[in-house]
Design a protein around this ligand. Structure first.
Ligand code: PMP
Length: 308
């Protein structure tokens, strides 16, 4: 990975190599931790973090859901992320931020109330999550053999580290089968989300994305819906079945890291003409205009970092 200079940990900037934890940290054993994934882009006015407050608020909410008490406010964590970008002297276009909280050393056993909460933020330069070629030509998606856990068993809306075991198994299977990414259905057989991104399809000019009944409330999904409506498209949130996606005109994934990634194939069925669709391309361009600060209508989503 691309190392940076500093990691913010428990209120202080630490050199990258010194941001460490004990092997008996509670989260390493029982998996209760929360993460966020936020991005900063190099705009003409320096680095800007996209929807910083929304991401930090989601971290705090995920922690509340999973009974982790983060001892910092949204404002303090926002300030820490701004300082981290400023101090790391990045040069590339894309910087990924990973704020997270985990349970540290000091208590063992499943009951976690006595385990200390550690809060950290790392940031590093990270390009296209599903590859530059995928962004242009589209990726191959496989419906995973595992489904997203039912709402009676898990909390899909928490960006909880533990949820990523399910994602990880699905992603591994997809890649092992020659695909790029996994799509997970919910326990009823409706589309939930990809292993680390949200799903959209287009049919007869209408943009359709599933509700977040069983998935993360994606900030990029929300942004794309707002953008697409402003562009004049009809956007519908409804449940989607497997056979519908096979005959979609276009499909794409959205996510902070995935950005807008076109889908060219799902389970051996070509989507549309088997490459990036025209509406997908339009949305992709518009999204990059927003995050790189080229669209004044969405400036309020950018937190500029002075001196970068
Ligand atoms: N679903 C999952 C499981 C994810 O990990 C992500 C990435 N954070 C998303 C959806 C997309 O969410 P966002 O647009 O907020 O990054």
């Amino acid at each position: 990975m691309n190392e940076a200079k500093y990691i913010w940990m428990n209120g202080a900037m630490k050199p990258w190599a010194e941001a460490q934890t004990h092997v008996l940290s509670h989260t390493l054993h029982y998996g209760n931790g929360v993460i966020e994934g936020t991005k900063a882009y190099k705009t003409a006015k320096g680095y800007a973090i996209f929807r910083l407050n929304d991401h930090t608020s989601r971290l705090i909410e995920s922690a509340k859901m999973t009974l982790i008490s983060i001892p910092y406010s949204v404002e303090e964590l926002n300030a820490a992320q701004i300082e981290l970008i400023a101090k790391n002297n990045f040069t590339g276009d894309n910087v990924y931020l990973r704020p997270f909280a985990f349970l540290g050393y000091g208590a063992m056993g499943v009951y976690h109330k006595d385990a200390p909460v550690e809060t950290a933020i790392a940031a590093w330069e990270w390009g296209a999550y599903l590859g530059d070629e995928g962004m242009e030509k589209g990726i191959k998606l496989k419906i995973a053999s595992m489904s997203r856990p039912a709402n009676t068993s898990n909390m899909g809306k928490a960006k909880a580290a533990a949820n990523y075991l399910n994602s990880q198994m699905a992603k591994y299977e997809a890649i092992d089968c020659g695909y790029d990414e996994a799509l997970l259905l919910d326990d009823q057989g409706y589309v939930a989300e990809a292993s680390g991104a949200c799903f959209f399809m287009i049919k007869d000019g209408v943009i359709i994305s599933p509700p977040n009944d069983n998935s993360l409330a994606s900030i990029t999904q929300k942004t794309v819906i707002e953008m697409a409506q402003n562009m004049g498209y009809e956007v519908v949130r409804r449940r989607i079945t497997r056979e519908e996606i096979y005959v979609a005109d276009e499909a794409f994934l959205t996510g902070t890291a995935a950005e807008i990634t076109p889908i060219r194939l799902i389970d051996a069925r070509e989507i549309g003409n088997g490459s990036r669709g025209l509406i997908t391309q339009e949305i992709q361009r518009a999204y990059f205009d927003i995050v790189f600060g080229r669209d004044p209508n969405y400036e309020h989503y950018l937190t500029y970092i002075t001196g970068t």
